[in-house]
Design a protein around this ligand. Structure first.
Ligand SMILES: Cc1cc2nc3c(=O)[nH]c(=O)nc-3n(C[C@H](O)[C@H](O)[C@H](O)COP(=O)(O)O)c2cc1C
Length: 188
């Protein structure tokens, strides 16, 4: 099982990167031993800000195609969203906008787990709702979604895992659902 995973942020000290990293470790250690994890950093996909004029003048950047192809090559996708001013980070939205010009079904029917976290009590639930509500439109086969809530209270940064037992169970259930859907799709 090949899994594409990333935090939807450009922060080098991202709390969502810590979460998505933990999720991939649980997947590869407990749910699908030997899973092939492609954990990418959105900084490697930085492009000029999308504009229709730029697209008409110079076309879609190769990095947008690479990002789109990484989704296409995966059996499942895991994202943890950071929230900026109630919505997506500019870094993620720019990559997404470029990729959507290749095909509006950016997620290409892949089974997905999406999460979110913030330092505050909201847990980035606004951006999680936006991503959840729009998932069918963008071709996401959403298998599970949850907010981690206030990061420091739910995540043990030293050990790199959830400190909250219920959350740890929620993650394992979500990863099992992801695995099961990916296996079904592989069987055709
Ligand atoms: C420009 C900006 C806007 C933010 N807006 C929100 C917000 O609307 N809601 C929220 O919960 N946190 C907000 N935050 C705090 C982020 O949740 C926090 O920086 C978090 O660490 C981002 O996730 P990351 O570390 O994975 O990048 C904002 C931070 C910045 C820099």
């Amino acid at each position: 099982m090949k899994v594409l995973a990333f935090a939807a942020t450009s922060s080098r000290h991202s709390i969502n990167k810590a979460i998505v990293t933990h999720a991939t470790q649980v997947l590869a250690q407990e749910i699908v031993p030997g899973a092939d994890i492609d954990l990418i950093d959105l900084n490697d996909f930085e492009m000029p800000i999308y504009s229709i004029d730029r697209e008409n003048d110079t076309g879609i950047p190769a990095l947008a195609q690479q990002f789109f192809d990484k989704i296409g090559a995966a059996d499942a996708v895991i994202i943890s969203y950071a929230e900026h001013n109630g919505s997506y980070t500019a870094a993620y939205k720019n990559i997404f906008d470029w990729a959507s010009r290749i095909n509006a079904k950016v997620f290409q029917g892949k089974p997905m787990l999406i999460m979110s976290a913030s330092p505050g009590p909201g847990g980035a639930s606004n951006v999680l709702k936006a991503a959840t509500d729009s998932a069918p439109h963008f071709g996401a086969d959403l298998k599970a979604n949850f907010s981690v809530g206030p990061f420091a209270q739910r995540f043990d940064a030293e050990q790199g895992k959830f400190s909250d037992v219920l959350l740890a169970d929620t993650l394992r259930d979500a990863l099992r659902a992801l695995q099961s859907s990916a296996a079904d799709k592989a069987e055709g």
